[in-house]
Design a protein around this ligand. Structure first.
Ligand SMILES: [Fe+2]
Ligand SMILES: [Fe+2]
Length: 274
């Protein structure tokens, strides 16, 4: 059996220290859970998309954890597709890769292939978007009898795979449709995401969709449309083996429920929160 811990949306920075107090409890929880692997599903930083020191500081924090760490980037780490102020681009991706390594990856464990995706590339039109897709198709074909799990920052959809464009909150329609086709073709068993700062566990057409909660802060209704899921902090514990998988969204003792709403004017002055 392999134990994997999903953590998400830590939003840490050496200068904007609003959520730093929640790092020590998370760290203690990781020690207690003794994972074989830790996967961070993005928004590691407050503003790694523009602040080099946010990226280097957080890379150092993660390298100090007591298990191997794999990371996929969030919008606040590498920018967003087609964003007017902070678009994902070669420069931002290069900065990420200097400190965290590949922004998409696969790791085989115990009868499973875990695939990390850079969801900020979807719909970006960057050359790396096509490169990632080609790589993904190959990684799926090569998986053999292994079961498949995807980890990414932005969820593929909010309410249903066929819904319209959810803007900031999920992968946009065109790349989503391509991904859903691939997901169905290869019977992907798990899709684990972050970004929403909500906890949700849903089985749909044989695929388990888990929204991993943030360990940093929650988002109030004024800043986020109504959607499924629970407004809470935490982390997700997975146990994978040759037969299948268990997953549980857990409380992390000692986390303080901080609200982005209270500090958004300082942390993300003119932009969106999650
Ligand atoms: Fe995000
Ligand atoms: Fe976030």
């Amino acid at each position: 059996m392999a134990r994997v811990l999903q953590i998400s949306d830590t939003h840490l920075s050496p200068t904007k220290r609003h959520f730093v107090e929640n790092w020590a409890p998370l760290r203690a929880f990781i020690d207690e859970m003794r994972p074989d692997l830790i996967i961070h599903t993005g928004d590691v930083t407050v503003d790694g998309a523009d602040q080099d020191e946010d990226i280097s500081h957080c890379a150092e924090l993660l390298s100090d954890l007591p298990a191997p760490v794999l990371v996929v980037p969030g919008n606040h780490d590498v920018g967003e597709p087609l964003h007017p102020h902070q678009p994902v681009n070669g420069e931002r991706l290069a900065r990420w890769r200097r400190h965290f390594g590949e922004d998409f990856w696969s790791r085989d464990i115990e009868g499973w292939r875990l695939i990390g995706l850079n969801s900020m590339l979807f719909g970006s039109g960057e050359a790396d978007e096509a490169r990632q897709f080609t790589w993904l198709e190959q990684a799926m074909r090569d998986a053999g009898p292994r079961q498949l799990a995807w980890f990414l920052h932005r969820p593929l959809f909010i309410g249903a795979p066929g819904e319209g464009d959810m803007g900031y909150w999920s992968v946009s329609r065109e790349p989503r449709a391509r991904l859903m086709t691939l997901l169905r073709q290869h019977a992907v068993a798990l899709v684990a995401s972050g970004h929403l700062h909500k906890a949700h566990d849903d089985l749909r057409d044989g695929t388990r969709y888990i929204w991993g909660p943030s360990s940093g802060f929650v988002v109030g209704p004024a800043l986020q449309p109504e959607m499924a899921g629970t407004c809470r902090l935490g982390a997700v514990v997975y146990d994978f083996d040759g037969k299948g998988m268990t997953a549980e969204i857990k409380d992390v003792g000692g986390l303080k429920t901080l609200w982005i709403d209270d500090v958004i004017h300082e942390v993300y002055p003119p932009r969106q929160a999650a």
